[in-house]
Ligand binder design. Structure first.
Ligand code: C2O
Ligand code: CU
Ligand code: CU
Length: 500
């Protein structure tokens, strides 16, 4: 593949320089007919537009190191409304936030000016949420990873107009997990998330509460929402100015909305719930000491056994829970969460206090991928392709009027997701499906790595990679599936499945 891609890259290079002649030779050996067709349809300027800003993930701008001057903010746990039952109110609103000392940045948030609270559910809860749109544009409330009926999933069909509200109800029927919520309005998801709309969901169940994991919220159970931003001279989030059609990337990291965060921990095991809430950036997390840590959960639940790792990669919308053991570390020892490029994301300050005694049990869950599921034929094929504005799934762009697939409620099917390389070599697409948690059967025919042998709702697919998953929907209705690079989603890299 390498050679072909290089040839292709050269061809497109010539093409651009020569002003995109319609007769440009793209080379016989290339079979990217969709792309070729698009390119022939384009005029010179849109060709320029297409290339401008496209990045392979190798030349993504580095993040500034966190100076550690601000203690990490912990999202507040949302209080229930008074009255019968489990009722919450979630408002999408505009506000001003002091991200930088002494400066107000215009932001969006849920029940506050920036980001949102944490909603804590227990398996079995019957939840009622009053969702209110206090923005002056349409929005939706999407519960990423939650297995709920499509009419409360908050996809692009469920837009609330400014001032509108809607009460939704569902039963939490899935196991303990770290999920999140964010808006999903047609064509505007990337901008609204970028401006600050994102919140957390914790689901707990009897298992997660009884196996001894660190679980004191904000103390040894810490959510970390990673979002990169690029602020303008006035320290504003000027989305239109920095927008990149291939995924907006910034040089400044906010964790839970905190600039230059640090986290003070006691000498104990600390559970970090990592959430990639960025529009497009991938993170490969490591400890600066090079020490290993333990991953205990994927997007949708606990792993069967803890997996010891020295690094973990999360593409947009993926989550992982990890445990870092600070019990033997002392305050002088400098340790930080860094990314693979070496940027300091979150320095830790280890206090002298000893903390809770918690443990990492050897057995945590009973997730299984059974023989019958592995032997099922592939019945749905997804082909991810393109870049910038020319992104497609199975050669098509999102059309709210079109149903791309149907599947029976409660029936497991195997989907094959293929990331078809383009002339630039292609890029990773994080593929997400609403309304269900799925199991990875294989990556390019091989069993998935140990830390992906758990429930997933988003999955990274590398160029030319084929991933097979087994998926079952518990509820009916129309659900989205899409690339979670938010600009790709907004540019139409999304389809719909009807569950009947
Ligand atoms: Cu995170 Cu369509 O969703
Ligand atoms: Cu989702
Ligand atoms: Cu994509």
């Amino acid at each position: 593949m390498g050679l072909r891609i290089k040839l292709a890259a050269t061809a497109i290079g010539i093409l651009v320089i020569s002003g995109c002649s319609k007769n440009a030779q793209l080379g016989e050996e290339m079979d990217h007919s969709t792309m070729n067709q698009h390119m022939e349809d384009m005029d010179h300027s849109s060709m320029g537009d297409m290339m401008e800003g496209h990045m392979s993930h190798d030349d993504v701008v580095m993040l500034h190191d966190s100076t550690g001057e601000n203690e990490l903010k912990i999202p507040t746990m949302l209080e229930r409304d008074a009255g019968e039952g489990i009722i919450y109110t979630v408002r999408a609103q505009k506000g001003k936030t002091e991200i930088f000392d002494g400066t107000k940045t215009e932001t969006y948030g849920y029940n506050g000016s920036f980001l949102g609270p944490m909603l804590r559910f227990e398996k079995g809860d019957k939840v009622k949420i009053r969702t209110i749109n206090e923005l002056d544009e349409d929005t939706t409330f999407h519960w990423h990873g939650l297995e709920v009926s499509a009419n409360v999933d908050g996809g692009p069909h469920d837009a609330l107009k400014p001032g509108e509200e809607k009460v939704i109800e569902f039963e939490v029927a899935q196991e303990a997990a770290t999920l999140w919520f964010h808006p999903h309005p047609h064509g505007k998801t990337s901008e609204q998330v970028y401006n600050g709309l994102a919140g957390l969901i914790y689901i707990e169940d009897d298992n997660s509460k009884s196996i001894g994991l660190p679980s004191i919220y904000g103390e040894n159970d810490i959510p970390l929402i990673f979002q990169d931003r690029k602020f303008d001279d006035k320290k504003q989030l000027n989305y239109t100015a920095v927008k990149n059609e291939d995924g907006t990337i910034g040089d400044t990291l906010l964790i839970n909305g905190t600039l230059n965060p640090k986290l003070t921990v006691k000498k104990e095991k600390v559970r970090l719930r990592l959430v990639n809430g960025s529009n497009a950036r991938n993170y490969t997390f490591k400890l600066s000491s090079g020490d290993p840590f333990v991953q205990i959960a994927t997007d949708g639940g606990l792993l069967n056994e803890p997996v010891t790792l020295k690094k973990v990669t999360l593409t947009p919308s993926e989550r992982a829970e990890i445990i870092v053991d600070f019990s033997q570390m002392n305050s002088e020892g400098e340790i930080a969460l860094i990314n693979e490029e070496g940027s300091v994301l979150l320095p830790f300050k280890v206090s002298d206090q000893s903390g809770a005694v918690s443990r990492i049990p050897g057995e945590m869950n009973d997730f299984s991928l059974i023989e019958e599921e592995m032997d099922l034929p592939v019945t749905k094929k997804i082909e991810l392709f393109g870049m910038m504005k020319m992104v497609t799934i199975n050669g098509k762009k999102f059309d709210p009027e079109r149903i791309d697939f149907t599947q029976q409620q409660g029936v497991t099917e195997v989907w094959e997701i293929y990331n078809k390389p383009d002339m630039m070599g292609g890029m990773i697409h994080p593929f997400h499906i609403h309304g269900a948690q799925f199991k990875i059967i294989s990556r390019d025919g091989e069993a998935p790595p140990e830390n992906e042998r758990g429930w997933k709702d988003s999955i990274s697919v590398k160029p030319d990679e084929k991933v097979k998953i087994a998926i079952q929907f518990k509820h009916k209705g129309v659900y989205m599936f899409h690339c979670h690079i938010l600009e790709h989603e907004d540019n139409g890299m999304m389809g719909q499945i009807l569950i009947e």
